[in-house]
Design a protein around this ligand. Sequence first.
Ligand code: AMP
Ligand code: MG
Length: 503
Amino acid sequence: MNAPEPELHRLAAARGAPRWAERPWFATLGAPLARPVAPLGLPAPHWVVRNGSLAAELGLADWLQGDAALQLLAGNAQPRGGTWATVYSGHQFGVWAGQLGDGRALLLGEIETAQGPFELQIKGAGRTPYSRMGDGRAVLRSSIREYLCSEAMAGLGIPTTRALALVGSPLAVRREEIESAAVVTRVAPSFLRFGHFEHFAHSEPDTAALRALADAAIARFFAALAGGPRPYEALLAEVARRTAHLLAQWQAVGFCHGVMNTDNMSLLGLTIDYGPFGFLDAFEPGHVCNHSDSEGRYAWARQPGVALWNLHALAYALAPLVGGPEQARAALEGYESAFGDAFGAALAAKLGLRALAGCEEQDRTLADDLLQRMAADRADFSITFRRLAGFVSAPDAANEALRDLFVDRAAFDAWARRYAERLRAESSIDAERGARMCRVNPKYVLRNHLAETAIRRARAGDFAEVQRLARLLERPYDEQPEHEADAGFAPEWAASLEVSCSS
Ligand code: AMP
Ligand code: MG
């Protein structure tokens, strides 16, 4: 059914309401980057899930209880300063796609909080001047995935945009089938993407706008680089460094983004735009989580290389500011070693190894050999590392629960002997090491089947499972015995789940 369109009204003051910045920073850039666009809200909106912890951090806990918040976050009201859409372009699956966003996300503005300023964005509140053929809407299914994974990543300690709330509505939206509309509210220091810069370099070459954007971004988010001799090269190098760290963290928890187009890359090094993502179940380095990715461009093992490719697209866009593509490319030189060091350190932590002088290379080989064994036997990524935390290093220990994950037991035993020897070399104490490892090897990750179960219930009007998962994933490293089932292997039916770009 198609409910009548709600009326847009200005917000009356509400208790504990957000303190909106007089003029958000992106608005100061004005056209062609940002344009005021009024939302087309959701009829008969209702809460699906609200993020009490984040609201408390931002000082919005009381406000988020009320109807004023519901109407604002459904797109049925505007803050005093209005709402904005920003335009960006990008490369999709390695091909220049021109202007492609933002056709359905509106910036509500910028709020002042005890943690500093944050941008608030609602996704799915109607068409914008940049919507192309799209309807400007988002469906409940994909919005639940975005909400849950934003918060799962935050729980894992991985840089990400956050989700404050999810509002549903009976409004019908056509995708492969008819679904219902939803709006997710996202929060981040900024939603700036590589694609914002590419827009001015490719679609409508406009060096003045590009420079204004780069200067504003540096002044606001990379203040330490301002006033240096080569600020744009420094910006590229810093974005490369942050991206390398982000990718190391993705790889270390078996996260696959699914659609690493350049427009889905955050300038601040945050995970952004959760669509057809996946967490590894049985370990397969070539795992492709996005059903629309027929060539496997965004397979798990390829992600670090793709990130560098995307950084090159950003560098190419900034080339006019640094004297040419060669200079721009040179600014990215640190990426590969930054990634290698960060991923090496993450793997050592996953194995519970403390740095031993001269052991770095040997430790990396030990970790790589484990990954190779896991891949050969398709051992579950998260479960293997979590069980490794319980590894007993005594020579006669059987380590059965861990060993059972491997088909080639002899090969595992050989690896386990090397691991035990390495642990003895640093006089590792099993209990201590295990506790440390449990803080980096999550027990709970948002596997597809968990999200899917929550989605099916939500589509039937029951949001309790979405809310339960959101709470569970706030503490993914903690034992939560009442949720033991969520830490298990993916059920057989999960193999037939297909997630795609449809959202
Ligand atoms: P995505 O592949 O989801 O990152 O989408 C790329 C861009 O396409 C987004 O930034 C949006 O601006 C735009 N887009 C996606 N879906 C829609 C839609 N239903 N209506 C308008 N624009 C859309
Ligand atoms: Mg996107």
